[in-house]
Design a protein around this ligand. Structure first.
Ligand SMILES: Cc1cc2nc3c(=O)[nH]c(=O)nc-3n(C[C@H](O)[C@H](O)[C@H](O)COP(=O)(O)O)c2cc1C
Length: 358
């Protein structure tokens, strides 16, 4: 058996293989509510054989959405809309997961196919919040700096969102600390120029993200894991980097965070990102060996041999795939065939299954 198709356990949860569906915004909600698109989209990837299927960045407050079409999880109606999706994912053999997020200064923008300039109030835009009054770019909304009361409220919002996620049937939560959204904005000196307890030193910049992680971990069952997605570097001079990611991961491990999902970038438009196959994996490996905790590798992982090499040689514990799983929701079933593994196909699809190797 390949390592890619060997089980993996975090706390009491056993994943049937090492292939996770990376969170992907679908910009297809009305009022933040999940609908049939999400059921079919996420459900197909559960049927396709991934061990974990993660719901896209789901905003903990309406202002935390990137676009008006983003997923939300701020009311009972959102919980009710997500519950059948979590149930379908689980019934079809995958672990249902959800990413909890706040878009910070990158909120109030259109869905990608509807434009890129900030939304005006007439277009449904809203005031955006950030650690400091520093915009992402000239075309981005100008944020207001959060005050202490608002920070405390947001910690509470993440906690309630975690409780709603559990109620909806999710078994893994991922906290979004990456891609230039609110919690990443606190971490990076390029977006955080605060002079209070939440800015300046690494300890201070990490304070709010760690408060969120701590508070969410406290309400999430001890039997179930919590992941954090980090941008492990800003790819920009004077920004967040791998050394700081390693220190933060030590603190997250101490809080009880179970896996670091290692992405990168997104904080500043001028970042110079060396995009290439598996380009973020070395940072995952560095965190895994320095902090001795499970990590996920993500970013341009597209072939079964590449994925197998990452998990078999200990570069990461799991791989997360995004665009390759948009191209082929059944990628895990196909990868098993390529690697010579025997995996269960959905009974309904068995007649399409290639002959098993002797
Ligand atoms: C359509 C789309 C939506 C995305 N939405 C999210 C998201 O909600 N949260 C997140 O952390 N990353 C998001 N990402 C980033 C992916 O999860 C992933 O990290 C990135 O695409 C690199 O992986 P890949 O090369 O396998 O596509 C998105 C990517 C795509 C293509």
């Amino acid at each position: 058996m390949s390592t890619l198709f060997s089980p993996f356990q975090l706390r009491d949860l056993v994943f049937k293989n090492r292939i996770f569906v990376s969170p992907m915004c679908q910009y297809s909600c009305t009022d933040g509510l999940a609908n049939d698109w999400h059921l079919v989209h996420l459900g197909s990837r559960a049927v396709g054989g991934a061990a974990l299927v993660m719901v896209e960045a789901s905003a903990v407050t309406p202002a935390g959405r990137i676009s008006p079409q983003d997923m939300g999880i701020w009311s009972d109606a959102h919980t009710a809309a997500l519950a059948p999706i979590a149930d379908f994912i689980k019934t079809n053999g995958a672990v249902p997961a959800i990413q909890l997020a706040h878009a910070g200064r990158k909120a109030s923008t259109p869905a990608p196919w509807l434009g890129s300039a900030a939304l005006s109030p007439e277009q449904g835009g809203w005031p955006v919040l950030a650690p400091s009054a520093l915009a992402f770019s000239d075309a981005s909304p100008h944020p207001a700096a959060l005050d202490r009361v608002q920070i405390e409220q947001l910690v509470a919002d993440f906690v309630v969102a975690a409780q709603r996620s559990l109620e909806a049937g999710f078994e893994v939560i991922e906290l979004h600390f990456a891609h230039g959204y609110l919690l990443h904005e606190f971490l990076s000196p390029l977006s955080n120029s605060r002079t209070d307890d939440y800015g300046g030193s690494l300890e201070n910049r990490a304070r709010f993200p760690l408060e969120v992680a701590h508070a969410v971990r406290a309400v999430w069952p001890q039997t179930l894991p919590v992941f954090v997605r980090l941008s492990t570097t800003d790819w920009a001079e004077g920004g967040w980097d791998l050394a700081q990611s390693i220190q933060l991961s030590h603190w997250l491990k101490a809080i009880g965070i179970d896996l670091i999902d290692c992405s990168s970038g997104g904080l500043v438009p001028h970042a110079r990102v060396p995009v290439a196959p598996g380009f973020q994996t070395p940072n995952a490996t560095a965190i895994r060996s320095a902090v001795e905790m499970p990590v996920g590798a993500v970013g341009l992982i597209t072939s079964p041999a590449q994925a197998e090499q990452i998990v078999a040689t200990g570069l990461a514990d799991v791989v997360l795939l995004a665009r390759e799983l948009l191209r082929d929701p059944y990628w895990p079933l196909h990868a098993a065939q390529v690697l010579g593994d025997t995996v269960d196909w959905p009974q309904q699809y068995e007649r399409a299954q290639p002959p098993r190797r002797k």
